[in-house]
Design a protein around this ligand. Structure first.
Ligand code: ADP
Length: 278
């Protein structure tokens, strides 16, 4: 069994170093983990260096995502591999054997592009073509477990191999972490971000929602705005896929994974344990 899948946020304000030190200690103690990472900050920086405005769209159902065409995809791949390399270097210097994952050369993550997407523009819904973002269609859990069995920590960028054409597609890092956690039967999924967890009021860091079950999901959905909606969707998919627990927690503190596992952040459960309720 996998001890956990951790996803480190790509947005500004996330602290990777604390997470990597904590993860390295856990792996040294014999735990089995997978690490996924985001690239939003790195991608925004590359776009601005190339004189390109980062493009985001909001779907009719309110999900915000990056709009990536062939042009942006070149930068997205660069941002992804440069983040993977940075993480591998940091973990490597701590003596952790890492395996940077390139989905093009493996069967690990396949996806399907949604070429035309619907997006909100003011009060209208418009159609946008040339999209290179997509949905995960398969995860090769056996191969992932083989990599871990051989003593490596796999590091996943938010990319998949298009199942129809040999090219990369942009996928959501939180949903990738959730899919891996559910398909590899992980003990936990830890999504680390730049807030204390899911907040009742996004502007009040004291308003942390500590626990939620699938049955109480409407409470979480009411609170989540912007990018947090997609993080919740990732947790929900993983819980519905069989995972028992997902955690959204703070990456900016010391030992963020250990803090999350020991009760910090927001714990999202498939169902409340009857043992606890008794
Ligand atoms: P990351 O790159 O760390 O995954 P995201 O930008 O994808 O970060 O998601 C985290 C952001 O979600 C926060 O910085 C915050 O602005 C936003 N957010 C929206 N609603 C909430 C909420 N209810 N609680 C916490 N954060 C929220």
């Amino acid at each position: 069994m996998l001890d956990g899948v951790v996803k480190i946020g790509g947005a500004k304000g996330n602290n990777h170093n604390n997470t990597l030190v904590d993860l390295a200690n856990r792996v040294r103690n014999g735990e089995r983990w997978v690490l996924c990472h985001g690239v939003s900050g790195a991608m925004d920086a590359l776009c601005s260096a190339a004189g390109m405005e980062p493009r985001y769209v909001v779907s009719p159902s309110g999900y915000r995502s990056r709009f990536v065409t062939d042009r942006e995809m070149m930068l997205f791949e660069k941002a992804s591999f440069s983040e993977t390399a940075k993480i591998c270097f940091a973990l490597g210097t701590m003596g952790i054997p890492v395996m940077p994952i390139d989905p093009m050369n493996t069967t690990l993550v396949h996806g399907k592009v949604k070429d035309v997407i619907r997006a909100r523009e003011g009060s209208k819904t418009i159609l946008l073509r040339g999209n290179r973002s997509g949905k995960i269609t398969s995860i090769d859990q056996e191969e992932i477990l083989v990599i871990i069995e051989r003593g490596f920590l796999p590091i996943f960028p938010p990319l998949a191999r298009d199942e129809n054409v040999p090219r990369y597609i942009n996928i959501d890092g939180d949903r990738l972490a959730g899919s891996i956690a559910a398909s590899c039967n992980a003990r936990t999924l830890v999504l680390l971000t730049n807030t204390p967890g899911l907040l009742e009021d996004v502007d009040n860091p004291e308003s942390l929602i500590r626990e939620i079950t699938l049955e109480e999901w409407h409470i979480a959905e009411r609170a989540a705005k912007g990018n947090m909606k997609r993080k919740l969707l990732a947790c929900r998919e993983a819980l519905e896929g069989g995972l028992q627990e997902a955690i959204i927690a703070d990456s900016r503190i010391e030992n963020p994974i250990t803090n999350a596992i020991s009760g910090g952040g927001t714990h999202l459960w498939r169902a409340r344990s009857t043992e606890i309720a008794v």
